[in-house]
Design a binder for this molecule. Structure first.
Ligand SMILES: [Zn+2]
Length: 247
């Protein structure tokens, strides 16, 4: 019954779909910074399921909500007539970033290596000119690359001086990076075995070091940096966003 209902609701344009979901889930206990909705709770997500994880309106998960909060808090990164590249775009943030770019007269480009629509973009071989992009955003892409080195170098190459790379990764509590050398080791690793698309889980310090080795200046953005009356309703306190700026 649920799938029939969701197929039926997908026939509606996105604003109507979101409106129907907002009416159904409305409440004051949770606030999603990606779509701005107020809901009773976030839905469970993952395997095993994390409680209070995903926005029932726009489907933004915890890292997407922290990124949305960062974009709201830092309008200065949106440069008039500039370009933002969104790699492996999540629908929730694609809607938000499209709106923010339109307001700033920025060009919004999105794409993925796996699909030709809306565009094919390979983070390890970017088709953009040197120093031509203002912002690059990608969530959980770096850890899904067999070799992340070319991606760090490519993102650094195409960003303008002062440009910002937001390349989100799992917020790992471990103090070492898990990075098996072979597929066999990866299949046996207790952290990686559950997800065949993940090649490594970075420690926070190692991820900062890899970004710095590529030439970036790195700052960590966390919920504690923000003074917002609804912060406790967003459930983003366990997340970290590494803000990598090209000097
Ligand atoms: Zn939302």
């Amino acid at each position: 019954m649920t799938s029939i209902r969701s197929k039926f609701s997908n026939l509606f344009p996105q604003p109507i779909r979101f409106g129907l979901r907002r009416a159904k889930h409305f409440g004051f206990q949770r606030r999603c910074p990606a779509c701005g909705s107020r809901t009773r709770r976030f839905a469970p997500w993952g395997n095993p399921a994390r409680q209070d994880a995903i926005c029932p309106i726009c489907l933004a998960k915890e890292p997407h909500r922290l990124a949305a909060l960062y974009f709201d808090q830092h309008p200065e990164i949106f440069k008039r007539e500039g370009t933002l590249v969104h790699i492996a775009p999540e629908p929730s943030l694609a809607i938000k970033l499209t709106g923010l770019c339109r307001r700033s007269s920025m060009r919004y480009i999105s794409g993925d290596i796996h699909t030709p629509m809306p565009d094919t973009i390979d983070i390890c071989d970017l088709r953009f000119e040197d120093a031509s992009i203002d912002i690059i955003y990608a969530c959980h892409v770096m850890m899904a690359l067999p070799d992340d080195g070319p991606a760090f170098d490519e993102v650094f190459r195409v960003l303008k001086p002062g440009g910002v790379a937001l390349l989100q990764v799992f917020a790992s509590p471990l103090d070492y990076t898990i990075e098996p050398k072979t597929d066999e080791e990866r299949a046996e690793d207790r952290y990686l075995a559950a997800d065949p698309d993940v090649y490594r889980i970075y420690s926070d310090s190692d991820y900062c070091r890899r970004l710095e080795n590529a030439g970036f200046e790195v700052r960590r953005f966390v919920a504690g940096d923000v003074d917002h009356p609804d912060l406790d309703r967003m459930n983003v306190s366990a997340e970290v966003l590494h803000v990598a700026t090209k000097p």
